[in-house]
Design a binder for this molecule. Structure first.
Ligand code: ADQ
Length: 726
């Protein structure tokens, strides 16, 4: 059985002092439940903070707690000091990442001291794990307190499968870029093989930030980095549906009876969350006040149960919020109180499972109106508990869960009138309509529960790591090289497809200077002289350049990535009908970038436009090229144009042509028993992908590629080609 190491800020236990000793109580939170379902397939071990700081208790007690955690619960405690808890957890995690990722930039602190501690603690997690990790282990790291850990582990242990899941939103670039440590944080996350989010929007935001800040490209949720491909995907977390849908227990019945008695026929509205400014508690209260103000006929007929669990009490904002909520509840109650009725029943505490279920069961309406929420499990729990298919959910569009629950009454939590109207609609919704909406939502929540979530995630992690194995290009040396030479010699009809810049020759600052030297000429001449060979140079260069430098050789020339082809002793032809009207629209934009990026220039080709920035300042041009690329993307997306990123060049051209398509055309001309493709940049990936099974594809350079083999530079290419003709 494989071992699964689950890494989270907090271990799934609570350590409580009791009569001079300690009690360790396993928690029943969503994450612990989801992970427990994996115990059939994996031997699970947890690594995290146990909740007791090293300097909080005598050394001997601390050692005892750690030992019990590990022996009895398979939990490995990360030893944190109370200072670290203050700086890393309350500080960087909860005063920097949490507010910023929830779109509260004005609540965000940028403090080097807390950042240093965050880094140190992420490192400490590794130290604890180092004694636990074994080859073949799978790691699943959770949440925003450990954004750097994946990279730290990858740098130390290669070959470990690492999954990371973020439980909070991932913000848009405009928000994320505010972080002074944005690059380190992204690089930290990118150490994982699979990065999971609750929703597709967070996934998109992340990919966008990665592209703009690090420059890595992504295709269908795969980010291609220099030496690895990783997967980014969304996995909306679910709940243990059965647990919340069973409200039949005696404890629940008892609680329910109490609640019903206190309601005395009034309708119940429920609000339940951790006391957090992201949950929109103040705004919710204001909307409820507004509702009572505008609809006096409901006074005395509804009761709001407002339950708030104390949370992060050591952080100033939370203490302040607690006071504000207290005051507001007091004010609203004071405004409408009568002898028989008080509009809000406020509980500032955590409630047990039976009470929680009874509250869900009694509530005619649930008000889930966070200002931002990664997912929000309360909404799902309420739906699960509505086993009579009634009740209505008022749900904020800012919660991740809103993407799954279109049948809820969706509101903007900042729009007081809209929330007030939704409360009224929910309270007066006909039973038949409640049933239709609730049935659909329940079915969905039941199907994709927390167990399915955990399983799907693990399957995805397995898939991406298998895929990576297949992608690993092998160095073309020794026996491998010998094998190719033998196949070459035994073949009777060979097709050799060669890129030019960076493959047959090195790069130079001025593209015009990259003339073939005599050594290359000799190699090509010899290859072409063998009548078993058909040699083609497939380049991004224009016809003029290829014509000038290679027309004396009996080889096929392909210009502009496949737009033009010239067979030996023939003239240039195009193989596709290509539209060029788009050029008039794109050219001014490129010229604008030339003006702002000294040293760059635009090359206008017949069927494409290329922006070259090899001679420009590297840092500036790298920023500009990313910016230009995203600007062009918005223009070209509906014109069937593609952007090809070569080495220090962005080329915009019709998607009707690429090196792969021309390779297929050449392949169709004869029956070859040896096919070779060599190239160095992303445009050559189309070529590699188009080659038939059994063909030899070689990537020049260290980047990840779909080629079978790789070599370090154009010199290796030349030496291989020389050996062919030796
Ligand atoms: P939270 O911000 O904690 O979680 P949420 O998903 O709603 O938010 O989970 C809260 C949990 O606490 C629920 O299971 C709920 O039953 C329980 N709870 C709330 N109030 C309670 C009370 N008074 N007494 C007892 N239990 C109470 C973070 C993210 C979310 C994301 C989850 C899971 O902020 O967006 O959905 O992680 O990824």
């Amino acid at each position: 059985m494989n071992r699964l190491i689950i890494v989270a800020n907090r271990l799934p236990v609570t350590v409580e002092r009791s009569e001079g000793d300690f009690k360790i109580i396993p928690s029943v939170g969503g994450l612990a439940t989801g992970m427990s379902s994996l115990s059939e397939s994996y031997d699970s071990i947890w690594v995290g903070f146990g909740g007791v700081a090293v300097d909080e208790v005598p050394e001997r007690d601390y050692a005892r707690i750690r030992k019990r955690l590990s022996d009895e619960f398979k939990c490995h405690d990360v030893a944190l000091t109370s200072r670290e808890v203050r700086l890393y957890y309350e500080g960087f995690s909860n005063r920097t990442i949490w507010p910023l990722f929830h779109y509260f930039p004005i609540y965000t602190d940028y403090d080097n001291e807390t950042w240093d501690s965050y880094r140190t603690v992420n490192q400490k997690f590794l130290d604890t794990m180092a004694s636990v990790l074994k080859p073949g282990d799978i790691l699943w790291i959770h949440d925003y307190q450990l954004l750097l850990l994946s990279r730290i582990i990858r740098d130390r242990f290669s070959g470990i499968k690492i999954g990371f899941f973020l439980h909070i939103p991932f913000p848009s670039y405009e928000m994320f870029r505010l972080l002074p440590w944005r690059r380190e944080i992204l690089e930290g996350m990118l150490g994982a093989d699979l990065i999971g989010f609750h929703t597709y929007s967070y996934e998109r935001n992340f990919i966008d930030c990665v592209h703009r800040i690090t420059g890595y490209e992504s295709v269908f949720g795969q980010i291609r980095m220099k030496d690895r491909v990783i997967k980014v995907d969304s996995f909306p977390m679910g709940i243990d549906f059965e647990r919340y849908s069973d409200t039949s227990g005696p404890d629940v019945a008892r609680e329910l009876k109490k609640l019903k008695k206190s309601l005395n026929g009034k309708k119940a509205v429920l609000s339940i969350d951790r006391l957090d400014y992201t949950k929109g508690i103040i705004q919710r209260l204001e909307a409820y006040d507004h509702f009572l103000q505008k609809k006096p006929e409901f006074r005395g007929k509804v009761q709001l149960f407002m339950v708030a669990v104390p949370s992060r009490t050591g952080v100033y904002r939370y203490a302040k919020l607690r006071r504000e909520v207290n005051e507001l509840v007091g004010r609203i109650n004071g405004k409408y109180n009568t002898l028989e009725w008080s509009p809000i029943n406020y509980m500032f505490r955590s409630v047990g499972t039976a009470t929680l279920l009874a509250l869900y069961a009694v509530a005619d309406v649930a008000l889930v109106t966070p200002l931002r929420d990664g997912m929000n499990l309360v909404a799902k729990e309420y739906i699960a508990a509505r086993n009579r298919m009634d009740g209505a959910l008022v749900l904020s569009e800012m919660a991740g869960v809103a993407e799954e629950l279109g049948e809820a009454l969706i509101v903007n939590p900042h729009n007081r009138q809209e929330v007030a109207d939704a409360i009224e609609r929910a309270l007066t919704m006909p039973k038949s309509e409640q049933k239709v909406r609730m049935t659909r939502m329940r079915e969905r929540i039941r199907r994709y529960d927390v167990f399915r979530w955990a399983r799907t995630y693990m399957e995805s992690l397995q898939m991406i790591t298998d895929y990576q194995k297949n992608l690993r290009t092998r160095d073309l040396e020794g026996d491998l090289k010998e094998g190719i030479l033998v196949r070459y010699r035994n073949a009777v009809k060979r097709l050799l497809l060669l890129d030019y810049d960076g493959t047959l020759t090195h790069f130079v600052k001025d593209p015009e200077e990259a003339r073939p030297d005599s050594e290359l000429f000799e190699i090509l001449e010899k290859l072409a002289a063998d009548e078993k060979n058909k040699v083609a140079i497939i380049s991004g260069r224009d016809r003029k350049f290829l014509q000038k430098n290679f027309s004396s050789l009996p080889i096929t020339l392909v210009a502009e990535h496949g737009i033009w082809i010239k067979e030996t002793k023939s003239t240039w032809k195009t193989v596709a009908n290509i539209n060029t009207e788009w050029k008039a629209e794109v050219l001014p934009l490129l010229n604008f970038y030339v003006d702002r990026t000294p040293g760059s220039f635009v090359e206008e080709k017949e069927f494409s436009l290329a922006w070259h920035y090899r001679k420009a300042d590297p840092e500036m041009s790298s920023i500009r090229s990313k910016e230009l690329k995203s600007n062009i993307l918005s223009i070209v997306s509906n014109m069937n144009l593609g952007i090809m990123e070569g080495n220090k060049v962005l080329e915009i051209k019709s998607l009707e042509v690429n090196k792969g398509k021309i390779a297929l055309f050449l392949l169709s001309m004869d029956d070859y028993d040896f096919v070779l493709g060599i190239g160095d940049d992303t445009t050559d990936e189309n070529l590699f992908d188009a080659l038939p099974k059994g063909a030899v594809s070689i990537k020049v350079g260290p980047d990840i590629s779909s080629a079978n083999y790789c070599v370090a530079s154009h010199r290796d290419v030349r030496s291989l080609l020389k050996e062919f003709t030796a």
